[in-house]
Design a protein around this ligand. Sequence first.
Ligand code: MGP
Length: 200
Amino acid sequence: MAEAPAAQETSTTPNFDQKHPLENAWTLWFDNPQQKQTTSKFGQTLRPVFTFNTVEEFWCLYNNIKTPGQLQPSATFYLFKDGIEPKWEDPRNFNGGSWTANVPNRSKPLLDAWWLNSVLACIGEQFTEGEEICGVAVNVRAKGDRIELWTKTAANEAKQTIVGRELKKFLDMSEATKIGYQVFQEVLNSKTKAKDRYGV
Ligand code: MGP
């Protein structure tokens, strides 16, 4: 009698070695200056932490670092497309700006949820205007934590409005809560706090 065939791997057998590529490679940056930042000194304590381009590497990183809610005030995480430095002066940011979402009620759980949701929206290419996205930052501050979504072409109001509306949706923000968009060149040139160029 013929021997029963050995159990074969089928197409439904998970392959745990397989990695799922992301459309872009991303770099996590960390900054935690001990003194108040100034425009001229910005960047001196900013460091790239890790670059990844697969889903698995992202979770490996995320699961092994602190969440923003565990960081001390003054710390910032930046997650940017690889090759873009999280500085207004980087050529890919220079003509851009950022949407700012201020976390209400000093809620650390909400801060962590907003950070994860905004990161997943970026690396999962959830924004319709994905080409516009440079990166996302989470600024942990005593005066109030915030998420900043940096985009490339500040002059294009239509595209920035779409990005801003989608950001609110991904953060589950109510329609009544407003977020503002600042233009980096206006921030750099203004002696006082620059006004928001757009709002949604
Ligand atoms: P911050 O850390 O983004 O905000 O910028 P924070 O701590 O909430 O302070 P505030 O000033 O916005 O109230 C702190 C300071 O760092 C800014 O005011 C700038 O002087 C400087 N800075 C921040 N960024 C992101 C840049 C940058 O990209 N380039 C330069 N040159 N300076 C920057």
